[in-house]
Structures are given as C-alpha cells and as structure tokens.
Design a protein around this ligand. Sequence first.
Ligand code: HPA
Length: 246
Amino acid sequence: MTNLAIIGGTGLSRLEGNVVNRREMVKTPYGAPSCPLVFGELGGDGVVFLSRHGNRLSIPAHMVNYCANVWALHSVGVTRILAVGVVGAIDDKVKVGDIVIPDQIIDYTSDRTGSYDSGDGGIPKHIDFSYPYNDALRQALIQGGKQAGASVVDHGTYGAVSGPRLETVAEIRRMERDGCSVVGMSSMPEAALARELGVDYAFCAVAVNLAAGKGDGVIDVNQWSDAIETGMASAQKVLANTLPLL
Ligand code: HPA
C-alpha cells in the first residue's frame, strides 16, 4: 500500500494515466468523503487519489467535508498528501498559468470545522502550525514543476477564504497588505486537519485569474474554464514529475 495521496481540486477529478487498481468508499466518523478513494499507479508509483469536489466536481469548496476527506485518507495509511487547487493571483509576480507552491497560510475562512478536536481528549487541541506546508514535499513539487517546464513560483502565502463568492477589491487590497500572494478556497482547513493527524501536506496552487482589482475590470468567471483546463494539464505534468522524486 502506498502512503502517498493526491487531492485533486477544481478541474481535476481524475489523474490522466492513472492505472486504477480499485476504488473504495471509506466511512468516517465525520460522514462521507467527497467520493470513493481511487487506488492506482501513476508512472509506476502508487498513489491514492481523492477528488475534493467529488467525481462530478459538483461539491463547491464551502460544502466540502474536509474532516471526512482527510480522515478517509489517513485511515487507509496515507502519511503524505499533495493537494491541488486553483487560486487567484494577488502578488504581481504571479501570472495566470503559474504554479505556486506556497510556504505559508493566512486563514480568513469563517464557516468551516477546522479541527478534529471535539473536546473529548482524543485528538490534541493544540498543534504547531508555524510552517503549515511540509518542506520536503514542497521541494519535490518545485523540482518536479521545473522538470515539467511549468512556470513555478517557489514560495508565497496562501490566503484561504470561505467563498463561494470571489473577493471585493478592498478585501484583496487588505490581503495584499497582509502579505498574501494568492487567494483560494481549499487549503484550509485541509492543511490543519492533515497536521492534526500527523500527515505531511503540501499544496500545488494553479493561478487561473488575477484577483479582484488586480486586472482590468471585473473577473469574468465564465472565462475560467480555459484557464482551469490549461492550468490543470500543467499541474498533472508537475505531479507526474514530482512522484518519482518522493
Ligand atoms: N478568489 C478566491 N478563490 C479563487 C480565486 C479568486 O480570485 N480564483 C480561483 N479560486
């Protein structure tokens, strides 16, 4: 059994080239994960795949059962997660199509169960979260990304928001002042839940638009699909080049 998982985000409900061995719907004390776990091999490397937004990508970020997803992966022996998701670019250095491997998080979400700690003494209340992303996994993604020929930004702060609406210009200005490089809806509480369970976690962020106020005019979400398709094709190449490094 492999201990490595990939969580796919918007536009990534299956891994191209994944040789699937079996699918399993795992029951958790927190309810059902977004879909069955897919056990397979990508380029000869074992991997467990989970589509965060479900098989049909129909579960929006604010409705995802993050507790069940991370628990399900942990319960089948996963100790390392590479998570993928789309983001808006805040830092002027980040361009649409870039792959950003963040090293920090600021959590602006307000609507989510952010801990397994239910006060019964089971899961510890306090975890160190100084460095939310695992550096070995980050370095592998950076190297894999470069090998894949992607435009990789090798650090940055992920500003996690609840969504599903996008931000106001003032919110993005505040996030920029706070030091956020990108804004997305998925890495929290996913990263913190993984840390609570002792699972190493890193994030591969695909920039699909300039954040509110950073481009000309408003954000046309109807134009997203092309950027998501191109970005996720790039992310798949990054992952394929990263797996052999782990
Ligand atoms: N804001 C929040 N989440 C996002 C964005 C954005 O601009 N783009 C992709 N996910």
